[in-house]
Ligand binder design. Structure first.
Ligand code: BDR
Ligand code: CA
Length: 325
């Protein structure tokens, strides 16, 4: 008898912009995923808009998971950069025009929801974050035991310089980590099973303009939606980066959750400088080396994705989108 694939119970934490929307559709469509709840935060747009976008998508595509509003600023009470309207549009969804949403978010704060749900389901919950790490850090502050109770944490964020990929908002920093480096350093310091899906791999997973055209032709309403929301996003990659297509950041993390064997990882300890020109860098000490500087001493080992089967990841994305037609 064919065994059904084990189902992952997922909490998705997002600053819902364009690539987040694509990742949400993947998690919704994957038969291996049960989406338990969605947490929102500031990043690609203010938290009011990322929440609205999430509720809108839920309504439009029948994604029933409850939505929990998270933080609108980092742990230090500030936002180091304004929302990147140039990349995700003023609305976070590529300026697709007015969207109507009737659904409301839950009243519980995202961090409390994460803490409560992980503690109530020991060893069961996979947390996938594709925005800043503020909500997760707050959950850890409120209930440090979630580090031992969570099944795994998968983070789209950071970069360790593999294949020349070291940063996208500074030469050394990736946006989600830079957005709240204090939160990131706290999360990487918690003793939990954690995998970083950073620019090292997400900038290897590249969707071309032809890929978007083909999704539009083959994936029905979902394909049309992805095409519409991605015009500003691909325009940014073309005009500012000289690329014919775009990086697939957040869906790569979602796909890692379901198909980890498509990625190669190394293990090490991470520190994140929180101030100065190097703020937001994810500095990896591979293995468990002894250094004269003690900052990495006794930090938990985490897995860091360094290589990826790009074609297989894109195939997986296309296959799951076709299920939504
Ligand atoms: C990350 O930053 C956000 O803008 C994207 O959605 C992605 O999560 C890439 O650095
Ligand atoms: Ca994101």
């Amino acid at each position: 008898m064919i065994q059904a694939a084990p189902v992952l119970d997922v909490i998705f934490d997002t600053d819902l912009g364009v690539d987040d929307a694509m990742a949400l559709l993947y998690l919704h469509g994957s038969p291996s995923v049960r989406l338990r709840g969605i947490c929102t935060g500031v990043g690609n747009a203010p938290v009011e808009l990322t929440t609205r976008n999430t509720l809108y998508m839920g309504e439009r595509f029948g994604i029933d998971a409850p939505v929990y509003v998270g933080e609108g600023v980092g742990l230090d009470g500030t936002n180091p950069l304004p929302p990147p309207a140039l990349i995700h549009g003023q609305d976070g969804l590529g300026n697709i025009g007015p969207v109507v949403k009737r659904r409301q978010p839950e009243s519980q704060h995202a961090a409390d929801y994460i803490a409560e749900t992980v503690m109530a389901n020991p060893g069961k919950i996979t947390v996938i974050t594709v925005g800043r790490l503020t909500n997760l850090a707050l959950a850890l502050r409120r209930e440090p035991s979630i580090a031992r109770a969570v099944k795994q944490v998968i983070i789209m964020g950071g970069a360790t310089g593999r294949h020349g990929h070291s940063g996208n908002v500074s030469p050394v920093a990736e946006a989600n980590v830079f957005g709240d480096p204090i939160a990131a350093d706290e999360v990487f310091g918690a003793p939990m099973p954690l995998t970083l899906v950073g620019l090292d791999v997400t900038q290897q997973v590249f969707m071309t303009d032809d890929d978007f055209d083909s999704l539009r032709r083959t994936a029905g309403e979902v394909g049309e939606f992805i095409y519409q929301i991605s015009r500003v996003y691909t325009g940014f990659h073309r005009e500012w980066r000289g690329l014919n297509g775009c990086y697939v950041h957040d869906s790569s993390a979602a796909i890692y959750a379901v198909k980890p064997t498509l990625f190669d990882t190394v293990r090490g300890q991470i520190r994140v400088p929180t101030t100065g020109a190097g703020a937001g860098q994810t500095i990896l000490s591979e293995g468990e080396q002894d250094w004269f500087v003690s900052a990495w001493q006794d930090r938990p080992l985490v897995d860091v994705c360094v290589d990826v089967d790009r074609e297989a990841v894109l195939d997986e994305y296309r296959t799951v989108m076709a299920r939504l037609v």
